[in-house]
Design a protein around this ligand. Structure first.
Ligand code: ZN
Ligand code: ZN
Length: 595
């Protein structure tokens, strides 16, 4: 998981409003190099677009590290949606004054991403209408937690912004109540859980932080008084939801048409959701075949003369279960992960898979307290406005866990999987992708960053490393990777089957436990996730598949000049753009070099 993408999803509804200047294209032909002029004008336009975007989306701005509007809180209602519609129309008009084919490749991709985002915003308001049926989209707490926990400015300054931002919290929730109609039951429960779960940030953490400052006593009192009113408003919203009479709740299933559209805007794929689903079904079958072969081959080594299960899924499951017992002790978990990173770096250098930038080292750290709960490991990369910042590989501690819980967790994150996890999260997965993305100077790509590209790259690198011999070509390693990879594949199948079809909880759990070899707890968690999100779960496999398809096409284009390292670096050089747009750029006939 990448933290900044998570934050953006948490802020779910992307809303931008208000009008802003359009940059007119220099008219006509003949007067000098049009390309140079348009790119300069486009850069100016992008900056003004972004500032307006942030002013109208202060929460989103805060989460990407743009802190000018930290004290503002946006009120969700019909008027603001109308302003947003107006804004989108004005911006689409402004964009249309540029001719994308005269822009540099980097700007052309920005152009397409902005256009897609504006179309998406309109579609969300006119078609999706989540503001009516998703009570969990109303939650102010994430941004307040960010302001408290991220040390981007002196504490007293951050707390005063926190205080000002709180002024509109009661109105925010009053307006939220007016927007909700026949909400989804699962999302109503989630809203109650998340709002009550986070209220301590306002009620307690804020006051604790105030004690660490020399803000005058009287001012402090004003600040804590307002916090009390805010906490009350949040609890009142939860109470209102609990008491809400909801005889005709909307189904949590998005439905086929909305799903296809959302997939189109969010993933920006060359394929439809249906096509990706079909490919995932094929992939699952292929993986089961390969896993059965390996399991048969390994059986005598681990089970001697014991009879092999006739059922292939049972055979694979028994093999995975046995291999999962190879894991570290709970108190060795962090150091085990720390030791993997240098091994990965060395392997990439030896095999010459891509260039690693030694000036942007990855900092491995114990997971900070406020992130606790996200056990395992995750990446925190620098935001788009803080490109010089550190990249952290956050490793969770298992201290204080019950022996049973730790054992189950360590079997899941066994000796094989912690290596694959580190490839995915760090090297050459999310961390390396982030370093390359920060070299492509585009705020647009960072803030509208494509999740399927980022997740697809991380999944792609797992396979790329193994294909090049990481893990000494051990069949055990490959079998465990296939199991891990099945998770991405089945995420796609699950998401599509649930939201575009009618897959039941029972069918879903059965698929995840018997066909993807997941533990019951993991499968239960996945069901919860699919019942409150849609499309995001498809990003891993969709991105992976599109990168593999692109690499095949690129091999054909380059012929004997093809080099894996060159492919990897070129692919990453475009930043966090949809694979579809990178593909168009990489497969375009190069006008400069002659064949
Ligand atoms: Zn990931
Ligand atoms: Zn064990």
């Amino acid at each position: 998981m990448i933290k900044n993408i998570f934050v953006r999803l948490f802020l779910a509804v992307i809303i931008f409003m208000a009008a802003l200047i359009g940059c007119k294209k220099e008219g006509g032909s003949g007067s000098g190099p049009l390309l140079g002029k348009d790119d300069a004008a486009f850069a100016i336009y992008e900056n003004s677009f972004l500032d307006a975007l942030w002013k109208l989306n202060p929460d989103w701005a805060t989460s990407v590290g743009y802190h000018k509007y930290d004290s503002l809180l946006y009120i969700p209602n019909e008027q603001s949606r109308q302003k947003m519609m107006d804004f989108a129309k004005v911006q689409i008009d402004s964009l249309s004054r540029f001719e994308p084919n005269t822009l540099t490749v980097a700007n052309r991709i920005d152009y397409k991403m902005m256009q897609n985002q504006l179309d998406y915003a309109q579609w969300q308001i006119q078609q999706l209408k989540a503001y009516e049926w998703d009570p969990s989209s109303y939650n102010v707490i994430g941004t307040f937690a960010y302001i408290l926990n991220e040390h981007y400015a002196p504490l007293a300054k951050r707390l005063r912004n926190f205080y000002q931002k709180m002024a509109n919290v009661p109105l925010y929730y009053k307006e939220a109540e007016k927007q909700i109609k026949n909400p989804v039951t699962e999302l109503t429960s989630l809203a109650i859980e998340q709002n009550l779960g986070g209220v301590s940030v306002i009620e307690k953490d804020f006051a604790d932080s105030l004690k660490k400052t020399d803000i005058p006593k009287a001012e402090k009192k004003q600040m804590t008084d307002r916090a009390a009113l805010c906490a009350q408003a949040i609890k009142a919203y939860a109470d209102w939801l609990k008491a809400l009479k909801n005889d005709h709740p909307r189904s949590f299933r998005l439905g086929k048409d909305l799903y296809e559209d959302k997939f189109k805007y969010e993933i920006v794929s060359a394929n439809t959701a249906q096509q990706v689903y079909n490919a995932a079904m094929k992939r699952k079958k292929y993986l089961h075949g390969e896993m059965a072969k390996i399991s048969r081959q390994l059986w005598p080594k681990y089970f001697g003369n014991k009879a092999m299960p006739a059922d292939t899924l049972q055979l694979i499951s028994a093999m995975i279960d046995t291999l999962s017992s190879k894991h570290v002790k709970p108190d060795e978990f962090q150091s085990a992960i720390e030791q993997i990173i240098p091994k990965l770096n060395a392997f990439i250098k030896t095999k010459d898979l891509l260039t690693l930038d030694p000036s942007k080292p990855l900092v491995i750290r114990k997971e900070p307290g406020y992130m606790a709960g996200v056990a395992g490991a995750s990446m925190s990369g620098p935001g788009p406005y803080d490109k010089g910042g550190n990249s952290y590989y956050n490793v969770g501690s298992l201290a204080g866990w019950s022996p049973e819980k730790a054992e189950s967790y360590l079997r899941e994150y066994n000796q094989y999987i912690i290596q694959i996890l580190s490839i995915h999260e760090a090297v050459p997965g999310h961390y390396v992708q982030g370093v390359y993305a920060n070299k492509a100077p585009s705020i647009i790509k960072s803030v509208f960053g494509n999740g399927a590209m980022a997740e697809g790259w991380a999944v792609y690198t797992e396979q790329m490393m193994l294909d090049n011999g990481y893990g000494n070509n051990e069949p055990e390693m490959l079998l465990m990777w296939y199991k891990w990879h099945l998770r991405s594949v089945c995420n796609t199948i699950l998401d599509y089957s649930v939201h575009s079809g009618s897959m039941t909880k029972e069918q879903a759990i059965k698929m995840l436990t018997t066909e993807a070899f997941q533990q019951q707890a993991e499968a239960d968690g996945k069901w919860k996730r699919v019942s409150v999100t849609s499309v995001q779960l498809t990003s891993y496999y969709t991105g992976y598949k599109e990168i593999m398809d692109l690499r095949e096409a690129y091999k054909i284009k380059m012929g004997d000049k093809y080099k894996l390292k060159e492919f990897n670096e070129k692919f990453l050089s475009y930043g966090s753009a949809p694979v579809k747009f990178i593909k168009e750029a990489m497969l375009a006939k190069d006008p400069v070099s002659k064949d």
